[in-house]
Design a protein around this ligand. Structure first.
Ligand code: CP3
Length: 357
């Protein structure tokens, strides 16, 4: 059977993918697509510190749109960082070359009690403002994504205080003081719901929760601590927009992850998409999952990896992406090839590719 559909725009394509529908082509974007592999990003960063870019809407908008302009990706993610709410909750935040540092990490009940539930428009108003301006600039036919860190992953940074040298400090907090640690997760949940709602109100088409470090937990601890916090956030958003839940190295957690309430599960390259679909069923859409290191390979290999991911789900509830953020020294041409491969790929059920405006 041939599907002769009228052209649809990128936003509709993206929303259809989130709903698990059969697609005329697979939408594609890249985690960390605004970043140091782009010369125009480096140019801005040469003049402005990372946090200054995050907090100055004009600059945040510019770098958010750079990958859309350069690569023609199918979604624009607002430029920010998962640690912005940690700062708004009262922690100090330094984002230097060695990764984020929190000089006053959370280690006790007093530290948890001190964390503020902030007002997202008043205290982090630069973020919804950047979203409003991005939406205005790219127009109503391009999806704009908001995001936040998932509570466990954010807690890792808030407790460890620096990019992890293992997770001994945060895990010993969890094991020694489970009640206080749950209190910390709960605080993060209470701060994150209004923070995401403000992004949705500003015009975000969908939001993504980043749970980069959930794979560090065993199934029981994931189910006891990390999962309920994610479920609470997703339930708190009340289905206003689709939620994408990114988890890394989570193959031992997948059936639990699927109970998060997210519409889309974003996964890494450690498990095949077809296998995950078989385990979780067609209700949950999938995003991913090419290894970012593949973008250092010759063009044929990049094309092959992108097509392998696409063909494993046959354009059914799939958003093509990498399995983690794009790496700093990735050649821009290779990122471009990755995007173009998805946009030109002929799906078995569609006669003509790319009927997307
Ligand atoms: O996807 C996008 O383009 C939007 C922007 C975005 C950034 N960070 C910008 C950034 C997003 C969605 C994030 C999420 C984020 N931040 C995560 C979750 C996803 C992941 O990658 O695991 C995490 C764990 C962080 C925390 C963080 N911020 C780390 C560990 C680092 C240092 C590592 C690095 O790549 O430098 C950052 C800094 C950061 N956040 C940069 C960018 C572009 C690099 C800063 C620079 O320009 O010097």
């Amino acid at each position: 059977m041939t599907l002769q559909t009228a052209p649809i725009n990128r936003k509709e394509l993206f929303l259809r993918a989130c709903r698990g529908e059969v697609l005329p082509r697979v939408p594609v974007w890249i985690m960390r697509q605004a970043g140091r592999y782009l010369p125009e990003y480096r140019e801005i960063r040469a003049k402005h510190a990372f946090l200054e870019v995050c907090k100055t809407p004009q600059l945040a908008v510019e770098v958010s749109i750079q990958p859309f302009r350069r690569l023609g990706v199918d979604a624009v993610i607002v430029f920010s960082d998962i640690l912005i709410p940690a700062e708004a909750m009262g922690l100090q935040l330094e984002l230097g070359d060695a990764g984020p540092v929190v000089p006053n990490p959370v280690r006790s009940k007093t530290d948890v009690d001190r964390l503020k539930i902030f007002d997202p428009e008043k205290d982090t108003g630069f973020l919804p403002e950047a979203i409003r301006r991005i939406v205005k600039s790219v127009g109503p036919e391009v999806p704009v994504l908001g995001f936040a860190g998932a509570p466990w992953t954010l807690a890792c940074y808030m407790v460890e205080g620096k990019t992890n040298e293992g997770f001994a400090t945060v895990k010993s907090f969890l094991y020694r003081e489970p009640k206080i640690f749950r209190g910390l997760l709960h605080r993060i949940v209470q701060a994150t719901i209004p923070y995401l709602k403000a992004q949705i109100l500003a015009g975000a088409t969908a939001v993504q929760l980043f749970d980069t470090w959930c794979g560090e937990l065993n199934l029981q601890d994931y189910e006891d601590f990390a999962l309920p916090a994610v479920q609470e956030i997703i339930a708190g958003l009340g289905g206003a927009v689709p939620v994408i839940y990114y988890t890394k190295a989570s193959q031992h957690l997948l059936p639990a992850v699927a109970r998060s309430g997210a519409n889309v599960l974003s996964v890494d390259w450690r498990v095949g998409l077809a296998e995950i679909r078989k385990t979780l069923g067609p209700q949950i859409a999938l995003q991913g999952n090419v290894d970012p290191a593949v973008l250092f390979a010759p063009p044929e290999k990049i094309r092959e990896a992108a097509l392998a991911a696409i063909n494993s789900l046959h354009g059914h509830g799939h958003i093509l992406n990498l399995g983690h953020g794009i790496l700093q020294h990735t050649p821009v041409d290779n990122a471009q090839l990755f995007v173009e491969t998805a946009q030109r790929a002929l799906l078995q059920h569609a006669t003509t590719a790319a009927q997307v405006r």
